[in-house]
Design a protein around this ligand. Structure first.
Ligand SMILES: *Cc1c(COP(=O)(O)O)cnc(C)c1O
Length: 375
């Protein structure tokens, strides 16, 4: 079945007692035992499993084409679950341009427990190959990446990982399963910050790990979910289930508008550089065309001549865009990445990141045109 159908149909079963069509929220933390001590519903206690979370997990596994999923209370908790399923002394290769929170979980939390971490430029598969060590057990892909939208060839990197006896995990937050399905390209695990496109409305924090199969490794992710305790609330799971049916439509509309915004920016005289994989001269365009379908995502970054002061002046002048961090929501956002608290090194000072929402693209382009005119 197609993602549009799965997004509407999986995890949204008719309630057998009330015949309610919309999913119900089960807030109960505990579940009744039968006279013989058994658990007739299969549920015991909400940290281990609860019906609303299970429905969300089934839906997300189906959308990614996976067998299993584990939902978490944030994207970073999902990342921590995957990295914690490794052993002391194992080595993981991360992209140079990885989500900052992913880098910090690996280098500041798990490195203290003996995880070895190194970085490579994932837009070049041979650089990933060179980063492999005898104890490499995980290769972490993030594509398109944040904030310069570098593209990784998922199939190629998964092959490199498997040849080394390592797993390949892919952070699919920017693409969503509606545009890219890493498990079908050879990845073993998919991770999302569901805070972004999957939630889509700037009102819920969450994360998920989807596994291609119910492996021993995935069982450790599940154990971390139940024991580490970063469980999403039933209400948060319900909000995410509420968002799923519109995900394919939202990301496609956002991708179409992002393409138009990128083309506008690419032809503007004060713009020095545009980062968007949909543009034919983006270095990852050919790979993105092979592994994404239906669009290139809703995030566009660009650099203005004049560095940080010029970029800040543009961000200050917008009237439709909102100046805020995050991405994937219905409202368009603009952010000067180099000036965020604890900014990772290497962000070009004149870079602005846009998350394109669901406003009319003509209004977004007119807003950027008037904001760029201050320069
Ligand atoms: C936001 C984000 C995360 C972290 O997710 P949280 O929900 O903020 O914990 C991880 N990866 C990417 C690509 C993200 O954009």
């Amino acid at each position: 079945m197609h993602v549009e159908t799965l997004a509407v149909r999986v995890g949204r079963t008719i309630d057998p007692c009330t015949r309610a069509v919309a999913p119900t929220i089960v807030l109960s933390t505990t579940f009744e035992r039968a006279e013989d001590g058994s658990y007739p519903s299969g549920f015991t206690y909400a940290r281990s499993d609860n019906p609303t979370r299970r429905a969300l997990e089934q839906a997300l596994a189906a959308l990614e084409g996976g067998a299993v999923a584990a939902a978490f209370s944030s994207g970073n908790a999902a990342t921590a679950a995957i990295l914690s399923a490794l052993q002391t002394g194992d080595h993981v290769v991360l992209p140079e341009e990885t989500y900052h929170g992913t880098r910090l979980v690996a280098t500041q939390v798990l490195a203290r427990w003996g995880l070895h971490v190194s970085f490579a430029d994932f837009s070049d598969p041979s650089a990933v190959q060179r980063a492999i060590q005898p104890n490499t057990r995980l290769v972490w892909v993030e594509t398109p990446s944040n904030p310069t939208l570098r593209v990784t060839d998922i199939a190629r990197v998964a092959e490199i990982a498997h040849a080394a006896g390592a797993l390949c995990a892919c952070d699919n937050t920017f693409a969503t399963p509606a545009l890219q399905q890493p498990l079908k390209l050879g990845a073993d695990l998919v991770m999302h910050s569901t805070t972004k496109y999957i939630g889509g409305h700037s009102d819920v924090l969450g994360g998920v790990v989807v596994g291609r199969e119910d492996s021993a490794f995935f069982q450790r992710v599940r154990d971390y979910q139940a024991l580490g305790g970063a469980s999403p609330s039933a209400f948060d799971c319900w909000l995410l289930l509420r968002s799923l049916p519109t995900l394919p439509l939202r990301i496609r509309a956002q991708s179409e508008s992002a393409m138009r915004v990128a083309e506008f920016l690419a032809s503007h005289p004060v713009v020095a550089k545009v980062h968007y994989p949909g543009l034919p001269r983006h270095p990852g365009h050919a790979v993105a065309c092979r592994q994404m379908r239906g669009g290139f995502g809703g995030v566009v970054s660009f650099e203005v001549h004049g560095g940080a002061p010029a970029a800040m002046a543009v961000a200050a002048a917008v009237r439709v865009f909102t100046r805020a961090t995050s991405l994937g929501c219905v409202e368009s956002l603009i952010e000067h990445r180099a000036s965020i608290p604890d900014a990772p090194p290497g962000i070009p000072p004149g870079l602005l990141r846009l998350s394109i929402g669901l406003e009319h693209p003509d209004d977004l382009i007119a807003d950027l045109a008037q904001a760029l005119s201050v320069l």
